[in-house]
Design a protein around this ligand. Structure first.
Ligand code: SAH
Ligand code: SF4
Ligand code: F3S
Length: 456
């Protein structure tokens, strides 16, 4: 039997891909292990979004060399977004890497590549131990099985862990055409393309039947979805997903403000039992000058109008956002405008990052005179202020009874659950509550966690 280990960096698109690959390898009879030292095959699913993310991956690949010493047949593969554009460099720099496969390449090819690698590992292992696993596996893999698995790979995977919530990550589209001037994703994931509505609905049904409670629809611009056959848009897709019978809820990331329409919010309000009242609405900057330089194609005024739509149609919605600090040309005044938006919207969560120049992108050529210390100070101040806003926002739940989904047991002994708005809730209870919806009375709130007790 071949043991494999997958390390996943980056966004949920990578989580979905890793999960799909893991499901595929398990279908082939391989065993997923939790530690590198037990693996015969190590896959590293990489992220290129900021330089720091890349550095982390490179130092990790370097560390893996020690495992190769005792296990000559160990195969290390680098996949995902860095693999899309630094293939040669990775192969030249790291002796221990056997293959590099980019995020925009056809996953079907990765599948046959992995299949060959598994056979190779099994051959070598069986030569020493005289096991015949290889032959059994080779015979059992039929053409139809591969065709079926093709679907599993491109739509993403299903996390079916016995002691955790059963989560399904479903890619409804791939790639991005927006070319925000700072962003490498169009270069690592390729052009935007939507998957078939029927295929997506089949996947949701299948995963719900398998016990999935938490479904996330994924795309770099999830709300620009268009079914290639019928032209059905994102709100139609949400409606159809919400009409599927079963006990589950659905979230989606990431929508782009340029594609936000009221019909999506109306469908969310109409099917509030299934569609979580949670919107990730990435702002990036509160200054129109910077938004324009970023090629975001909306203004702050438009963005704020959309926040009003959300508040009007989904009054209890949780809203989160992404902010980039220190984009080239950002002055103290531009920065202050971003803080002003945070003050007026009062997001429930803000993911903020210092701008990182990326190869191939337009902004990498922009003049940037702002010293890093100033950027770090801006980020620190913004994050400190946001901690207080999060606390304030979370306080509105104290005393209320809210529906939560129990995810897993934490090392501190508490159960971790989440609200439909993706807010963490710590509760006490038995393991049989995991992967169940419960009603929780919220007793206390901090910036990161709510604390409560299960009442049903
Ligand atoms: N498609 C999604 C997000 C993709 S990347 C969207 O448009 O919202 C996730 C976040 O990383 C972005 O929203 C942005 O805030 C941040 N990001 C992307 N490129 C970056 C860069 N070069 N430097 C710093 N942050 C970046
Ligand atoms: Fe990157 Fe912009 Fe595409 Fe998001 S929309 S992935 S930020 S280019
Ligand atoms: Fe990173 Fe690629 Fe996602 S660059 S953020 S893993 S699309």
């Amino acid at each position: 039997m071949v043991n494999f280990f997958i390390k996943t960096y980056g966004c949920q698109a990578n989580v979905a891909d890793s999960q799909a690959i893991s499901n595929y390898l398990q279908n082939l009879g391989c065993c997923r292990v939790e530690k590198e030292k037990h693996a015969d095959l190590i896959l590293i699913n990489t992220c290129a979004i900021r330089e720091k993310a890349e550095q982390k991956v490179f130092s990790y690949i370097g560390e893996l060399a020690e495992f190769k010493v005792n296990k000559k047949y160990l195969q290390v593969g680098v996949i995902g977004c860095i693999a899309s554009y630094r293939k040669k460099e990775i192969l030249n720099r790291f002796d221990n890497v056997r293959f590099v496969f980019g995020a925009k390449e056809d996953l079907y090819k990765l599948q046959s590549l992995l299949h060959d690698i598994i056979l190779k590992i099994e051959t070598i292992k069986s030569l020493s131990s005289r096991e015949q696993n290889l032959l059994i596996k080779r015979k059992s893999l039929t053409g139809s099985q591969i065709a079926d698995d093709k679907k599993i790979l491109h739509l993403g995977g299903f996390k079916n862990h016995t002691k955790e919530v059963k989560q399904s990550f479903i890619n409804i589209m791939t790639g991005c055409n927006n070319y925000c001037s700072y962003c490498i994703v169009p270069f690592t994931r390729g052009r935007e393309s939507s998957y078939s509505l029927d295929e997506i609905l089949d996947r949701v049904k299948r995963d719900v039947e398998l016990g999935a409670k938490d479904i996330t629809l994924l795309g770099q611009n999830v709300n620009s979805y268009k079914d290639p056959q019928s032209n059905a848009n994102f709100s139609k897709l949400l409606e159809k997903v919400a009409q599927i019978k079963g006990d589950f809820w659905v979230k989606f990331v990431s929508p782009h403000p340029k594609d936000m329409t009221k019909d999506v919010l109306e469908i969310m309000a109409q099917y509030s039992d299934k569609l979580c009242s949670y919107i990730h609405h990435p702002l990036q900057s509160g200054s129109n000058k910077i938004l324009q330089a970023m090629n975001r194609t909306y203004t702050v005024e438009k963005y704020l109008e959309q926040i009003d739509w959300i508040r009007e149609l989904l009054p209890n919605a949780t809203i989160s956002t992404d902010i980039i600090i220190g984009f080239p040309g950002e002055t103290e005044i531009d920065y202050q405008k971003t803080v002003d938006v945070l003050e007026s919207v009062k997001f429930d969560n803000v993911y903020s990052f210092i701008y990182s120049p990326r190869k191939y992108t337009k902004a990498a050529l922009f003049k940037d005179k702002c010293p890093i210390d100033v950027k770090l100070e801006r980020l620190k101040k913004l994050q400190q202020r946001q901690v207080d806003i999060c606390k304030e926002q979370n306080n509105r739940y104290v005393g209320k009874i809210i529906k939560c989904l129990v995810e897993k047991r934490l090392t501190n002994g508490k159960l971790l659950a989440r609200t439909e708005g993706n807010i963490r809730v710590l509760i006490s209870g038995n393991d049989d509550k995991i992967n169940k919806f419960v009603q929780v009375k919220i007793e206390n709130a901090g910036a990161v966690n709510l604390i409560g007790s299960i009442i049903v």
